[in-house]
Design a binder for this molecule. Structure first.
Ligand SMILES: Nc1ncnc2c1ncn2[C@@H]1O[C@H](COP(=O)(O)OP(=O)(O)OP(=O)(O)O)[C@@H](O)[C@H]1O
Length: 306
């Protein structure tokens, strides 16, 4: 993705908000996308993330969602400040300050820590989605790039630009994760929309090349969930969860909490069985992380249901 503006802020420079006068020291660029650039900044002793957009209207809808999310007490505060700044080019840019999410992207986490972490990280991600669904929201733009993972597989979502109230239409999405793109259903924001994207995300993590090739090969009218299922069925890493993925792609889960429960039961069943034919990642889980799994499941369940 490229940004539509070339603003660059140097490390060590200090940005002062035009209206609210907040002072932020730029540390480094965290990432950028179609809607803006995100910098790691410091205010007093706190590390925060600053998202700068080229266009106030674009950024404003994201800010509105964050404000509504912050009003709901079940979710942690994410938005700290909203203001405009003067760039080195003299132009005004809108920005907002949000919580800095520590961690690495999902794909690099699994690369560094090993694929045996996939089931647990995925379960934690379902837990995050479950909280949003419970509060009446759908994430909308779920994709590998928007999932950050910290130690012990702890998951955080970033980029709330696609978050949509249940029942409305999802406006910001990424084609390959989009239910409409695969002729698998509407773009109406229901929990099933996120679970569909979650299933594609699992496929993307395991078979990125095959998924990409499929998007090139198929004519729009021939894209279907069965094409996605075929990739999952033929991928050894996804075999244990292929039944679950099918249910998600078919919209059979009421929400992410129900999906998480089914995923957790699947993990539990597989780990306790520990049969000789068990796939690699589950063997790894059972052998090396039995205790860790129990502990993590404990906090996950607390996280999910508290
Ligand atoms: N709060 C945060 N803490 C840490 N890193 C973040 C945070 N927010 C965003 N990032 C990083 O910056 C990247 C770009 O941010 P973001 O996805 O919000 O931009 P975008 O323009 O909306 O992107 P897209 O084109 O995908 O919609 C993210 O993929 C992530 O790596």
């Amino acid at each position: 993705m490229t940004t539509s503006f070339k603003l660059e802020l140097r490390r060590g420079s200090v940005v002062v908000g035009k209206w609210r006068m907040g002072r932020y020291r730029i540390e480094r660029l965290l990432g950028e996308g179609a809607n803006g650039k995100v910098y790691l900044v410091q205010r007093d002793r706190d590390w925060l993330a600053m998202k700068i957009g080229a266009d106030t209207v674009d950024l404003q809808s994201e800010i509105n969602v964050l404000k509504s999310l912050d009003k709901q007490r079940s979710l942690e505060t994410f938005l700290y400040d909203v203001d405009d700044l003067y760039g080195p080019d003299g132009r005004e840019y809108p920005f907002y300050i949000m919580r800095y999410v520590r961690g690495t992207t999902l794909a690099s986490y699994l690369k560094q820590q090993g694929p045996e972490w996939f089931p647990l990280v995925a379960l934690n991600l379902l837990g995050k989605l479950a909280k949003l669904h419970k509060a009446g929201w759908v994430f909308g733009d779920l994709k590998v790039e928007n999932v950050m993972v910290a130690d012990y597989g702890h998951v955080e979502l970033v980029d709330y630009g696609g978050v949509t109230a249940k029942g409305k239409s999802v406006r910001q999405f990424t084609e390959i994760y989009d239910r409409g793109y695969w002729n698998g259903g509407s773009r109406s924001a229901d929990p099933g929309y996120d679970l569909f994207s979650f299933a594609v995300l699992c496929i993307q993590l395991h078979e990125p090349k095959r998924l990409h090739a499929l998007t090139k090969e198929l004519l729009p009218q021939n894209r279907s969930t069965s094409e996605l299922m075929e990739i999952a069925d033929n991928c050894p890493g996804l075999k244990p969860v292929s039944g679950w993925l099918k249910r998600a792609l078919m919209g059979e889960f009421a929400d992410a909490a129900e999906g998480a429960e089914a995923w957790r039961a699947l993990m539990h069943r597989r780990v306790t069985r520990n049969s000789p034919g068990m796939p690699g990642w589950l063997k790894g889980l059972a052998a090396t992380s039995g205790l860790l799994l129990a502990a993590s499941m404990g906090w996950l369940l607390l996280d999910l249901f508290l």
